[in-house]
Every structure is written in C-alpha cells, then in structure tokens.
Unconditional design. Structure first.
Lengths: 149, 223
C-alpha cells in the first residue's frame, strides 16, 4: 500500500469512527429448549416466551435485574428452538420466562382466569452461540419479577 | 451577577441607541443604498462586499461570514451552537433571487457537519436550504428566514454469529424546519444590530420545540 493510500485509508477511518451515533452490538444465540408443565396440569394453549438479560447495566440505583430484549410465541409446550439476538451492551446473563395462554386471549391472567402457569429459568453457559434450557411452567399468574432473582 | 449583567447590557443598549441617534442626526435622511445590517439579515452582499455577524442568544447562537463573489452570488461560512452542546459548522453559497428598493430575497444552500454531545450523541453530514426575505425601510430591516435542515446520522450494527461477525451501517434522518422573524437596524453603513425570534424544530415532527431569541452585531465593508 502506497503512503498516499495509507493516509487516505487512515483519514477515512477517522471520519467514519467520528460519525457513529449509535453502536449496537448483538450476539446471536441458538436456543434449544424444552417447555413443560407439571404432570397432570392442563397443557393446552400457546406458550409466550420472553428473553431477558439477567442483570441490566446501569449506574448505582439504576442497575436492576431482568430486562426483556425479545419475545416469541410458540404453539405449545414441548421442544423449542429459537434464535435470538442478545444486546451485549444492555446487560449480562440470560433468562427465559414463559407462560401458558390457556384461554387463548393473549393476556396473562385476568379476572376469572387465575390458572395460567408461568415459569422462569436462568440459562447456564452464557455467553455461547448454542445453549439449551429446560423451562417448567408451574407458578400460576406470576410475573418474571416475582421469580427472579 | 444577573444585576451586573443587566446593568452592563442596559448600558450597551443605551450607548448603542445614543450612537445611532447621533449617526442619524449626522447623516442625510436618504437611506443607505446598502448596509451591513441589510447584508447580514437579508443575505447576499454585493460583489467585493463582506459582512461578519455574531448573534448570541438562547438556545441558538451564530457566527457567520459572507463575502460577495458577484452581484448575485455570495460565499458564506457559518458556525451555529445550541447551548454549547450542539455545533454545526457550515459552508455554502447564497444567491440573490430578487432585489428592489424595499425588498431583498435571497436563497442559501449550506452543507457541513453536525456535532452534538449530550445524553444522545448526534454526528453526521448536514445540509440546509433557506430563504431570506428582507424589507429595508431606512435604517430598519424587518426580515424573515424560512429554512429546512437535514442531518443524516450514521448508526453501526454489529452481529456476532457463530460463523463470524457481520457489520452494517444505517442512516437516520433528522429534520429541522426553521423560522426566524427579526428586525435589523443600521447604526452606520458598516455596523448594524438585529434582534430576532428563532423557531428551530429539531427532530420534527417527533419532538417539541420552544422558540428562542437572539441579539446580533454585524460588521461589513468594502461596498
């Protein structure tokens, strides 16, 4: 590379580096999991999954557990295979929360519906591009904040 | 502190008005054919003429230089600051679109870079198209500026996959419609003042904006 090209490339790099407004870094994870309910419990209905960072970055009192970054809906309990993009600059650790939509209304519990079970699991082995988890929905009408940490 | 500032500011205004009245008394009643206040707020000084402007206010302040390349074309450079956190150095041209005894209409196109350091960084190329309408009446120059500004803000996205890292760029657009309504005043042919109300709607239409105000001092010459 000639000196002129080297200088031009350097100048271009400085200009580009100096004009970045937001830099988003995502980490792709293939999640291979299993969603289940306790034996004998009703299992009909779609399962709504929410993927959280285990601890959200913040300063002082602004640091807090959990922070959802993706949501998915799967047909029902059973094996699950999802690809998610984890925001590296927003937190650390990976948590999966899910609940069973027994009445199909898309709302987790409501007056007259107090039996939709939920569950949460912290995924071991993070960070890695391929992870597995096992989630059991056993706590009716409970949000993720009540299950973690 | 505020009292001292107010006294000093008031003294400057009184001295300016006294100076202006003396100048008015000394000069004939015929209006100046062209003066710094008109060139500053109406744009496009004549060939060989120049005007330097300093406008201070809230939230926007400006430094501007204009030089007449011909009787219609002007080269201009401008630095705008918003509360010391947002800067816009610009370079551009002005074109005198219409000129009559009591009207001057100028179109201006400027391009430059936007730098903003605050809770949210904003950096990127920036351009502006604006029109200045000035109506000189003796020493006074009521004027209106209407403009549209466009900044392009590059964002960087990096995805780390098992197969490797992907990087992509995207551009966000920031639109800033602009309006200034003001009044220029010629102290002499070479020195002028202006007072204006600015309405710069940064990030329209997704934001709200408050009107601002500025006081300007202008020097010109070689006409």
């Amino acid at each position: 590379m000639s000196r002129a090209r080297f200088v031009f490339a350097g100048a271009l790099g400085v200009v580009l580096a100096g004009c970045v407004n937001e830099e988003t870094r995502l980490y792709e994870i293939e999640l291979d999991g299993k969603v289940a309910v306790p034996d004998g419990a009703p299992s009909a209905g779609a399962v709504h999954l929410a993927f959280h960072v285990a601890k959200t970055f913040g300063e002082g009192d602004l640091e807090h557990p959990l922070g959802v970054f993706e949501t998915r809906t799967v047909a029902g309990v059973g094996p699950v295979r999802e690809t998610v993009l984890y925001p590296l600059d927003e937190g650390e650790g990976l948590v999966v929360y899910g609940w069973l939509d027994s009445d199909g209304d898309g709302v987790h519990c409501a007056p007259g519906q107090t039996e939709e079970p939920a569950g949460l699991v912290k995924v071991a082995g993070f960070p890695a591009h391929a992870l597995s988890f096992s989630l059991t929905l056993r706590a009716p009408c409970v949000g993720p904040e009540s299950l973690y940490p | 502190m505020n009292v001292r500032f107010g006294v000093t500011f008031g003294g400057c205004v009184i001295a300016t008005l006294l100076g202006a009245s003396e100048a008015a008394a000394a000069e004939p009643r015929t209006p100046f054919p062209a003066h710094a206040a008109l060139d500053a707020v109406g744009g496009s000084p004549a060939k060989g003429a120049y005007v330097l402007s300093a406008q201070g206010g809230w939230p926007f302040s400006f430094l501007r230089a204009q030089v007449g390349l011909s009787d219609r074309i002007t080269l201009q450079s401008e630095l705008e600051s918003a509360v010391g956190r947002r800067y816009r150095p610009m370079l551009g041209i002005g074109v005198r679109l219409a000129e009559a005894t009591h009207v001057r209409l100028t179109g201006e196109f400027l391009a430059g870079w936007l730098f903003q350091r605050s809770e949210e960084y904003r950096r990127g190329p920036n351009g502006e198209l604006r029109f200045r309408l000035a109506i000189p009446v003796r020493r006074f120059v009521p004027y209106l500026v209407l403009g549209t500004r466009h900044a392009f803000l590059p964002d960087l996205l990096t995805i780390e996959r098992a197969s490797g890292t992907e990087t992509s760029w995207s551009l966000r657009h920031e639109w800033t419609p602009w309006a200034t309504l003001g009044l220029g005043f010629a102290i002499s042919r070479g020195i002028g003042l202006d007072l204006g109300i600015n309405y710069g709607w940064v990030g329209a239409p997704d934001t709200i904006a408050l009107p601002g105000v500025h006081l300007g001092l202008h020097f010109g010459g070689d006409r």
